[in-house]
Write a protein that binds this ligand. Sequence first.
Ligand code: CO8
Length: 378
Amino acid sequence: MAKSLNAGVVVSGLGLWTPEHSVSNEELVASYNAYAERYNQQNAQAIEAEEMAAMPYSSAEFIQKASGIKSRFAYVKDGILDVDRMCPSIPLRASSELSHQAEMSVAAARDAMTNANKTASDIGAVIVSCAYTERAYPAIAIEVQGALGIEGFGFDMLVACSAATFAIHRAYEMIAAGTVDSVLVINPELTSPQVNYCDRDSHFIFGDVATAIIIEREETCQSEHSYDILSTKAVTKYSSNIRSNFGHINRANDTDPFAGDRLFHQNGRKVFKEVCPMAADHIESHINQHGLTPSDIKRWWLHQANINMNSLITKKLLGRDATPEEAPIVLDTYANTASAGSVIAFSLYHEDMEAGDYGVLCSFGAGYSIGSLMLRKR
Ligand code: CO8
């Protein structure tokens, strides 16, 4: 059993940057269906002869019912709805310019620093952790560190949906070990370039966003809203049910660099069935480590992939439906934002918590990976 380090480490600030452009289910379905119709017309003979499968049509009603998603934000909307493109049109930036993910990161980081009453000189390390970084090196975290004028060090981490919780775990451990006094964790989830907008099963799932979290020693905390990190818990179990084969080796494969398997793809039904019980068991055992039960938890800031997954998990834990106040949902407007979802929920729904209230922050997804934190309002 993982022991609580009980190290006097706190979450002292949360930051959120939301893109200005949003894309509704209706808009997305209209462009997907126009693309499918054209494809089916162009290949009518082969489809008729059963040499090719027709592209199936998507529906806004299905998307909302199956996932809870009504719309998503896009860093760049241009191109996503263009049936001749089906991909956002994001301009290349020169190496001398701030990169796209660094720009998103800086915006979320400034919000978190304001909320934590921190300046750049108070931060000892920067972790940028998300599902994809736009390049391998130099690390986005080091670019952000430079842009914000932070001393110390920075590094990037990739853990798909659990990138935020796993990075907070690392920050917690670095502070507990005395390596640094304060860490800025940022999750610039620029997912839209990896969404296959031509795939009916996944074209609706993701949105773009950036979140940030300040973690520091309790002695230095000057925030109005802060949370003791009582412990962290993580588990991973290998599965290819959520996968992207995009990577630096693609150049050497002599295959299509934009093929469907290079983009996000999944067996959603299997993921749903396998991850829900794993996540519920993980959370319950984490809570039990503290001599608590699920009924002691005031707020569940859960991963935001699917509203039905969250309902199932909280029902399994509580033995009843959770209220929207207990387990807030943000995926109706944000969709699945990879690792950032639970942090958005935390960021938007925490200020009413009272001293002594317990909350659980938990991610679950690709890997599979599950990461949780037991938090207590100070
Ligand atoms: N419109 C209409 N019908 C559809 C559509 C659509 N868009 N899509 C599927 N259908 C059809 C199917 O073909 C099927 O038809 P039939 O019954 O005739 O075969 C029927 O609807 C039911 O299909 P499913 O069984 O697939 O539907 P589900 O109820 O399972 O819902 C979901 C599909 C919403 C995908 C659901 O399974 C789900 O959310 N599963 C959980 C997945 C999950 O949590 N994944 C985590 C992914 S996030 C992550 O790990 C981070 C990765 C890194 C980020 C990537 C960024 C790009």
